[in-house]
Write a protein that binds this ligand. Structure first.
Ligand code: DX5
Ligand code: ZN
Length: 232
């Protein structure tokens, strides 16, 4: 059994000067997580938001925050983000940014937050396999990080399958980048249960309907996966 499907709305796709309105909209649609893309202009070629924005968002919603750090030296910023967040929220750092992932996981856990590690499309799962017991989530990037609105890279699908086959039952596997109604099905079928979407939610006329469709499509894919496994 894998954990239930959760939909994470990436506010990188939202209107930045109407963030409160955008967040209320997805909250009403029953969003599970608010995904916050933190970019530093070094690890990725774009600059976005920091703890100041996280703190502001934390004040206007009770939806758990899913903080995706695409920054160098994540260990220097864990405490600042944790201070802006609250227990139940999650901080994910990139495996490519450190030689000491265990220390960073411990640092995050010490703040009372959940810990995740993310893999770029070219980073193999072998780099995190010895960390799984200490983690709440692994994030498999399905685009090269930096921007919303890119195309899904299908070669990451076997990485999702591999991680699901060896992960503890309760561990979340998140997929991020290029999610559409087609790609969500492929990712969920391989075992991803946390689905990030920016464009597919915010660049539509009906974010509520988009969230519902993503959830239903992912849940159907999981059912198919279970039936296939049972018949194998
Ligand atoms: C990309 C970010 C993603 C991005 C997803 O570096 O990590 O979370 O916002 O955007 P879409 O869903 O448009 O691919
Ligand atoms: Zn992200």
């Amino acid at each position: 059994m894998q954990p239930a499907i959760k939909i994470a709305a990436s506010i990188l796709g939202a209107n930045p000067v109407r963030l409160e309105e955008e967040i209320k909209k997805i909250e009403l649609a029953g969003i599970d997580l608010i995904h916050i893309d933190v970019m530093d202009g070094h690890f990725v070629p774009n600059i976005t938001m920091g703890p100041f924005i996280v703190e502001g968002i934390r004040r206007i919603t009770n939806v758990p925050l899913d903080i995706h750090l695409m920054i160098e030296h994540p260990e220097r910023y864990v405490n600042a983000f944790a201070a802006a967040a609250r227990a139940g929220d999650l901080i994910t750092f990139h495996r490519e940014t450190t030689k000491e992932p265990k220390e960073i996981i411990a640092l995050i856990k010490k703040t009372g937050l959940k810990a995740g590690v993310s893999l770029n499309p070219d980073t193999p799962t072998g780099t995190v396999e010895d960390l799984l017991d200490a983690l709440d989530m692994v994030l498999v990037m399905s685009v090269n990080p930096g921007f919303a609105g890119q195309r899904f890279i299908p070669k990451v699908l076997p990485k999702i399958a591999r991680l699901r086959s060896i992960a503890p039952d309760e561990m979340d596997i998140e997929v991020d980048g290029g999610i559409t109604t087609e790609t969500v099905s492929q990712a969920a079928q391989q075992g991803a249960n946390v689905i990030v979407a920016a464009s597919a939610i915010f660049k539509t006329d009906d974010p509520c309907g988009a969230i519902k469709t993503l959830r239903q499509t992912a849940e159907q894919a999981v059912k198919m996966r279970c039936t296939q496994k049972a018949n194998a």
